[in-house]
Design a protein around this ligand. Structure first.
Ligand SMILES: C[S@@+](CC[C@H](N)C(=O)[O-])C[C@H]1O[C@@H](n2cnc3c(N)ncnc32)[C@H](O)[C@@H]1O
Length: 250
């Protein structure tokens, strides 16, 4: 039976919980973009309209918890909680870290220092841009980034004989209740979890936010463990996301 647990705690306190080691560690780390988190997003204004004046999100960070996130502490956790390198081929664990474009370089450096020698960059293509306020001034972003990190052996790879390319579509998720500003689409998380794990494997998300990664893992029969510091976020995730019992139809 797969198990799903969310801990309302800092991932740094993981030893308290005795959770099993992960085949896949998936994390969407805080982007640390400071007070312009809603910069070119219509949410900067009341009801998304400049004529109404600024909303309470103008000039704000996504969450003040984000400022306390430290990449070296994150890698310490990952190197402890990701399964050790197996002897057999095609069984190795890996990590997927969603990040900003700029964070990729720092992540690769820290990853190497922690034994994750190899990486593949992933790019996700949206058919929309959140930066609509800049749309008549400059090119606007419609991509998201992640890095796949592994130690030595190539990770488990369940591709069903199909080629998997590093530029993937970002399916828009208008169905799952939206409780986090950087919430990831369930279908995308399912796709990634399906490629790098088997049913029964353990998935860990140390910065779980709305817990979409835990829901995606649960939908696929994987066990999932997450940490999230914000109490109200954990409450909402438990009530609105982790209670979804059937995979949603898209
Ligand atoms: C980018 S968000 C994750 C969003 C998530 N992927 C989703 O789909 O909802 C990062 C989250 O990490 C949490 N966080 C930051 N530092 C943390 C820590 N040390 N331990 C646990 N959670 C932390 C923040 O509160 C924030 O909700």
């Amino acid at each position: 039976m797969s198990k799903v647990e969310l801990f309302n705690d800092h991932f740094q306190n993981y030893k308290r919980y005795g959770i099993p080691k992960a085949q896949l560690l998936i994390a969407d780390i805080p982007y640390n973009i400071g007070i312009d988190a809603y910069g070119s997003n219509p949410m900067w204004y009341k009801d998304g309209d400049r004529a109404n004046g600024e909303s309470k999100l103008a000039g704000k960070t996504f969450f003040n918890t984000d400022e306390r996130f430290k990449i070296p502490e994150f890698f310490h956790f990952c190197s402890r909680m990701l399964k050790k390198e197996p002897k057999a081929a095609k069984q190795a664990p890996c990590m997927i870290v969603f990040c900003s474009f700029e964070q990729q370089f720092e992540l690769i450096k820290h990853a190497k220092e922690n034994g994750f020698e190899h990486y593949i960059n992933l790019v996700f293509k949206k058919n929309f841009s959140p930066q609509v306020l800049k749309a008549n001034m400059r090119i606007v972003g419609n991509s998201e980034y992640a890095i796949l990190l592994y130690r030595d052996k190539l990770p488990k790879f369940r591709n069903s004989g199909n080629m998997v390319m590093n530029c993937m579509d970002w399916p828009r998720d208008n169905i799952t209740p939206k409780i986090h500003p950087t919430q990831k689409p369930i279908k995308l998380l399912e796709r990634l979890i399906e490629i790098f794990t088997d049913p029964g494997d353990v998935v860990i998300d140390p910065v779980a936010g709305s817990c979409t990664s835990l829901l995606a893992a649960k939908n696929l029969g994987r066990s999932a463990y997450g940490f999230e510091i914000m109490k109200p976020m954990c409450k909402e995730a438990r009530e609105k996301i982790l209670t979804i019992s059937e995979p949603l139809l898209f």
